[in-house]
Design a protein around this ligand. Structure first.
Ligand SMILES: C[S@@+](CC[C@H](N)C(=O)[O-])C[C@H]1O[C@@H](n2cnc3c(N)ncnc32)[C@H](O)[C@@H]1O
Length: 228
């Protein structure tokens, strides 16, 4: 089950903004996202931080993709680290990175055999061309649309020539923000996100959309892309 649809406890919108810590040179939306997830990291982890809470279709897709990558994978925006750890259990060399230190601490404590590190999507701290796969599982959803091209360039920089990218996202007819339970997120038309991914130098090899019984207007989308 994609992580963002199971409702967390009612959200006090003031919590996320009151806790924002301003940092030099960091885009302010990252500050908002960091503060919002930090204040709810334990709650998120309890409700959504395990494979039992995930959809078996997603689990199969990601498992088969990861094993097929044939090399190291970066779980970019790993949250509390359950997907990262699944890949470790499958024998894949994987590192989970996330903006939110509380998630990284939780992930390390829960899954000590797996590697985790604090990093931002626009600076993953991975050498050029070193990753065989990048998993961006619902981690681009909070980016303002005009930031997405830059982030996709960073993901491409990290991937080796035969590398593969998986993006999980909310799919809709129009690009639109919505009041995600933790903080504002965006849903994307499949074609529009595909175009952005291809503009960043990828070829989209597969696109899946499956229905969301809770929100027919906001489906679950997956893009699988490679370098040409
Ligand atoms: C909806 S959660 C998904 C987490 C995890 N992939 C999962 O499936 O449970 C979005 C995650 O993306 C991370 N994230 C959002 N913006 C980020 C950024 N600019 N840099 C790094 N991580 C970011 C958040 O901290 C959060 O952990």
């Amino acid at each position: 089950m994609p992580c963002c649809l199971v409702p967390l406890a009612p959200h006090d919108p003031e919590t996320s903004t009151a806790d924002v810590v301003e940092c030099d040179d960091v885009p302010s939306t990252d500050d908002v996202v960091r503060a919002a997830y930090s204040s709810r990291a334990d709650e998120y982890t309890a409700k959504l931080g395990s494979m039992s809470a995930m959809d078996p279709v997603d689990r199969r897709l990601i498992s088969e993709w990861a094993v097929g990558c044939g090399g190291p994978i970066v779980d970019a925006g790993c949250g509390p680290g359950h997907w990262t750890n699944l890949l470790t259990e499958l024998g894949v060399a994987v590192e989970g990175v996330d903006l939110v230190p509380a998630f990284i601490e939780l992930a390390k404590a829960r899954f000590p055999a797996t590697s985790y590190r604090v990093a931002r999507l626009d600076d993953l701290g991975v050498p050029d061309g070193s990753a065989a796969g990048i998993l961006a599982w619902y981690s681009l959803i909070h980016l303002e649309p005009d930031r997405v091209p830059t982030i996709l360039q960073e993901l491409r920089r990290c991937l080796r020539g035969d590398g593969s990218l998986v993006v999980g996202f909310f799919a809709s007819e129009r690009l639109e923000p919505f009041p995600h339970t933790v903080t504002t997120a965006y849903s994307w038309p499949v074609d529009e996100l595909t175009q952005l991914v291809e503009n960043a130098g990828f070829v989209v090899r597969d696109a899946h959309v499956r229905p969301n019984p809770r929100r027919p207007d906001r489906q679950h989308g997956v893009l699988v892309a490679g370098r040409p």
